[in-house]
Design a protein around this ligand. Structure first.
Ligand code: NG1
Ligand code: ZN
Length: 532
């Protein structure tokens, strides 16, 4: 019972333009929002089929282009545990998105047969979008895809990527012993804010935090969070305008801060010396902290600084709880992690490096009892393995100090959004650690000093000519290039540089770091010159 007629009817309402080619990459499908109509329809169909394949479990769909400009949009599928779509299905997504209008129904039929999808199974999909102007019509296209298969759809409205991931996990674990939380936005806020209150109770009042919402969906969600937190975390929101055209991610947001290495101009004159500020990205899954020091210098507390702060705190708690022998904490980074952060961490605990893309970090972090992963750009979270959760629940502390540390650890498991990087959950996590350690931004920053670094984009005729190994830290092709990079790096104190093709843009990225700012810049530009 393959619904040929319905598929053909709805698919004719969402024709694919002949000249367009799409690819499901690290960020799902992502391009100009106005060309994504056929893709969203087909993603609706695919999500419905994925749910059938997984015996009717709820699959998620998030419509966003994160930190990209406002006119871009994109879509990603979320698997039932709230994690990214299984890699094998990325290719199916690309295939279906690129089928011609005439062939679509046949290509789909073959896919259903080859993947042994039982069409009589139920299918359920929960979806959401960010504030982008193209989002509303893309949701309609997605809904037509669900209708074509007869799937049950649940519209989670305008919300953040991490809320959608949370919902998927909460829906699928409802009534089981792994219940993740109530399956609503309210449930998300309840769970997080309750854990936060417990973790900071009895500590001194937290000084006010400035939050840059990137003029995106983080703004309404942070506003709601404020109601749940009350006085426990005072914060002031900036860049909350989600209606003025062109505002999203424009001169603000986590990506702006990280790539420009300066605060959003809208915060000029706002930040007091030493005051903590942070920026979310357009879908609130990335977080950057920063502050202005005594000498008016801008200092960035990026994903690496967050990872080190959090990992060191968790290692301490595990030891204090008397669990050091049983619970191993590890950190996962990418090649973009500042060399100084890796050095700082490697003295304390195991550090692994994976290729760029959250799915790689996430999977590597799952190998640890407690895995902390962050990309330097501020996307990351902490994963507690199922056996660790059980240990934390069952462990019998033998002293009051052990009991306190254990309680903190258990509250952390509730505070952290373990499905995906979550700017707001990560922000609360950072605030907890700062409160426990009685650290200001200055003290946090002084844990180690970042090596000056430079990231350069190079437009090349064919970025696929660049192939890497060793978690993208070395080039295997073009042949001979890596040797030249190695030779050049040796001439710079603390010099490190690598080259990799971007997975999200048609460019090659060059990263370089060195002990001196001028040297890092020079190394980056010289390597860029060799790439071109
Ligand atoms: P690419 O374009 O493959 O470098 C970028 C970011 C990644 C990740 C993805 C997905 C950098 C250097 N790269 O990937 O960290 O966030 O986008 O959004 O920041
Ligand atoms: Zn994002």
């Amino acid at each position: 019972h393959f619904p040929h007629k319905e598929i053909e009817h709805y698919s004719s309402l969402h024709p694919k333009a002949r000249h367009l080619q799409f690819s499901y990459g690290t960020a799902g499908f992502r391009t100009l929002g106005v060309v994504l109509d056929s893709v969203l329809f087909r993603v609706g169909v695919l999500a419905a089929l994925r749910s059938k394949k997984l015996d009717g479990k709820t699959v998620g769909v998030m419509i966003t282009a994160s930190h990209n400009p406002e006119e871009d949009n994109g879509v990603k599928l979320v698997d039932p545990r709230g994690e990214m779509l299984e890699a094998a299905w990325e290719a199916h997504a690309t295939n279906l998105a690129n089928a011609s209008n005439e062939d679509f129904s046949d290509v789909l039929y073959d896919f259903v047969r080859d993947s042994r999808i039982d069409m009589s199974k139920p299918s359920r999909v929960v979806y959401a979008r960010d504030t982008r102007p193209t989002g509303e019509s893309l949701v309609k296209a997605l809904e037509d895809g669900l209708k074509a298969i007869g799937a049950e759809g649940r519209d989670a409205g305008i919300t953040t990527t991490p809320v959608l991931h949370y919902l998927v996990r909460a829906i699928n674990t409802k009534g089981t012993k792994e219940e993740y939380g109530e399956d609503s936005e309210d449930g998300y806020f309840q769970k997080m804010s309750e854990a936060f209150r417990k973790l900071v109770s009895g500590r001194p009042r937290i000084p006010p935090l400035v939050i840059d919402c990137a003029n995106g969906v983080g703004a309404p969600i942070a506003k709601k969070l404020a109601e749940y937190l009350g006085e426990t975390l005072p914060f002031v929101l900036y860049n909350t305008d989600t209606t003025t055209p062109g505002g999203l991610n424009n001169n603000c947001g986590a990506d702006y801060v990280k790539t420009q290495q300066k605060p959003p101009p809208s915060l000029n004159g706002v930040l007091q010396k030493g005051q903590r500020a942070c920026s979310l990205d357009g879908d609130a899954d990335r977080l950057m902290y920063y502050f202005i020091d005594e000498r008016n210098y801008f200092l960035m507390l990026d994903g690496d600084k967050i990872a080190t702060l959090v990992a060191a705190f968790i290692v301490d708690l595990v030891r204090l709880a008397g669990l050091a022998e049983q619970v191993k904490v590890g950190v996962v980074q990418t090649a973009y992690a500042n060399g100084a952060s890796t050095k700082y961490l490697a003295d304390k605990l195991p550090v692994r490096c994976t290729p760029t893309g959250v799915k790689h970090l996430h999977h590597a972090a799952e190998q640890f009892n407690i895995g902390v992963y962050f990309e330097a750009n501020g996307h990351g979270t902490v994963l507690f393995s199922p056996s660790t959760l059980e240990k934390l629940e069952k462990h019998e502390p033998s002293t009051p100090a052990q009991s306190t540390a254990l309680r903190h650890l258990n509250n952390l498991t509730q505070l952290v959004n373990q499905t995906v990087g979550d700017a707001l959950s990560d922000m609360l996590l950072v605030e907890v650690v700062l409160a426990h350690k009685a650290y200001s931004a200055i003290e946090w920053n002084s844990l180690y000093t970042d090596l000056p670094n430079r990231l350069v984009k190079v437009h090349v005729p064919n970025r696929n000519a660049f192939k890497t190994e060793d978690a993208e830290r070395r080039l295997v092709s073009p042949r001979g290039l890596q040797k030249k990079i190695d030779d050049l790096c040796k001439r710079y104190d603390g010099g490190r540089s690598f080259v990799r093709p971007s997975g999200t843009e048609d460019v090659v990225r060059v990263y370089a770091e060195a002990v001196l700012r001028s040297q890092a810049d020079e190394l980056a530009f010289r390597v860029a010159g060799m790439v071109y």
